[in-house]
Design a protein around this ligand. Structure first.
Ligand SMILES: Cc1ncc(COP(=O)(O)O)c(C=O)c1O
Length: 413
């Protein structure tokens, strides 16, 4: 067919052949730990690819081996999910942290350095601050909003830098990173023997409202637990990029044992068909909530992409890199921890829980929950204050959500 299909159609059409599954119209769950080879030669060839001994030949479909290596349900997710980001390949993981850690460990070696936009999700921050240094890998934060010239200066001075890692928008401050600037810096200072990779955690906006690959990202990361899973009933992660880079990441995944279970992959397959419609509707709901928050006398500030209050540079990045505003909002109440807790303890419809991107609204306190491990100084520098609340807007009726927020915020009046 010469007609160019859109991602929303591709995810139905691609990655599953009913005739390989007894004609089942939708994929069954392949709940098996191991796979039978037709011939010994097929097993040999499959292992060569799985261990990175040789790349797959053009058009070669390697035999399935063992579910820690590959599984039809995981491969279906991988084949479908690339439609939105426009990448060649994807690797599914048992968690977002699995995707982050396996991707970084694939390309970093003792003596290397990773620089990262600050703040990042608390688990990622822990990995960068505690675990990577224990493997003699240095990690250096730079504040979101660092100019291209300043980032260039950091990378120019340090020939051990291998990865520029961005989380955009940053959890929980909602500030966007300049992806094209990171790409230019990486290209200026890459050497023949060591290309500097740009990795982007696109969990908050993607894959519907931002395509980091279009701005030069080599690896795009997701906590699939969030919008991609979308129903708060699974934990998963994804790394996307070129066939070559993702092939290397998959070797690490096989050895570290971070592949997702078939049941998880199957749930994601169900979720993918509604991803776009969920994200668009959740965004519409969130915009109404943002309008309400701006008007409430006990809300000091709202952090939401594309809002004029985010400042001129953030607006420029938003119009360049994003096609939407998403459905995660951070806001700051009048007061400190006591006041924030008073609001959190009064919500009825929203669930007081970490995580985000699900069909039900979730609300939490980054300072003492998701970002608890950061030092006081780090939190202060990043703007994660005790009066900050992070809200993930779901699919409830927005009028009801606003009524819930109003009755809880009114406790501060
Ligand atoms: C931006 C971001 N990246 C990565 C992760 C880690 O994902 P997971 O909890 O699926 O391991 C999270 C979790 O909240 C996140 O918010």
């Amino acid at each position: 067919m010469s007609h160019h299909l859109k991602p929303q159609t591709i995810i139905f059409e691609k990655g599953y052949d009913p005739h390989l599954s007894e004609g089942a119209a939708v994929p069954p769950v392949f709940r098996t730990s191991t796979f039978v080879f037709r011939k010994a030669e097929h097993g040999k060839r499959a292992f060569e690819i799985a261990y990175g001994i040789r790349p797959a030949d053009p058009g070669e479909t390697p035999a399935l081996i063992y579910t820690r290596v590959n599984n039809p349900n995981a491969e279906m997710v991988e084949d479908k999910v690339v439609a939105w980001d426009g990448t060649e390949a994807a690797a599914l993981f048992s968690s977002g942290m699995g995707a982050v850690s396996n991707s970084c460990l694939t390309f970093l070696h003792p003596g290397d350095t990773l620089v990262f936009s600050d703040p990042v999700y608390g688990g990622t921050e822990y990995f960068f601050r505690h675990l990577l240094p224990s493997f003699h890998i240095r990690t250096i934060p730079f504040p979101v909003g660092t100019s291209e010239a300043e980032l260039d200066e950091i990378v120019r001075r340090d020939p051990t830098i291998r990865i520029i890692y961005l989380e955009s928008p940053a959890n929980p401050t909602m500030k966007l990173c300049d992806i094209p600037a990171a790409r230019r810096v990486a290209d200026r200072h890459s050497r023949k023997d060591g290309r500097i990779l740009v990795m982007v955690d696109n969990t908050f906006m993607g894959p519907i409202f931002c395509r980091p690959k279009d701005f030069g990202a080599d690896i795009i990361l997701y906590s699939g637990t969030k919008f991609i899973g979308g129903h708060s009933d699974l934990v998963a992660g994804l790394a996307l990029g070129s066939r070559e880079l993702i092939g290397q990441v998959k070797v690490t995944r096989t050895i570290l044992g971070a592949n997702a279970a078939p049941d998880t992959a199957w749930l994601i397959l169900r979720s993918l068909s509604t991803l776009q419609i969920r994200m668009v509707q959740q965004q519409e709901n969130a915009r109404k909530v943002v309008e309400f928050l701006h008007a409430h006398p006990k809300v000091r500030e709202v952090a939401y992409p594309g809002e004029p209050c985010m400042g001129e540079e953030q607006l420029r990045l938003h119009s360049l890199q994003c096609t939407g505003t998403g459905s995660i909002i951070s806001f700051f109440v009048d007061g400190g921890e006591d006041e924030a807790f008073a609001v959190l303890d009064r919500v009825h419809l929203m669930k007081l829980a970490v995580s985000l991107g699900g069909v039900e609204s979730l609300i939490e306190h980054p300072h003492t929950m998701t970002h608890a491990d950061m030092t006081g100084e780090q939190k202060a520098r990043a703007g994660i204050t005790a009066n900050m609340i992070r809200l993930s807007v779901g699919l409830e009726d927005p009028e009801d959500l606003i009524a819930d927020l109003k009755q809880s915020l009114d406790v501060l009046l």
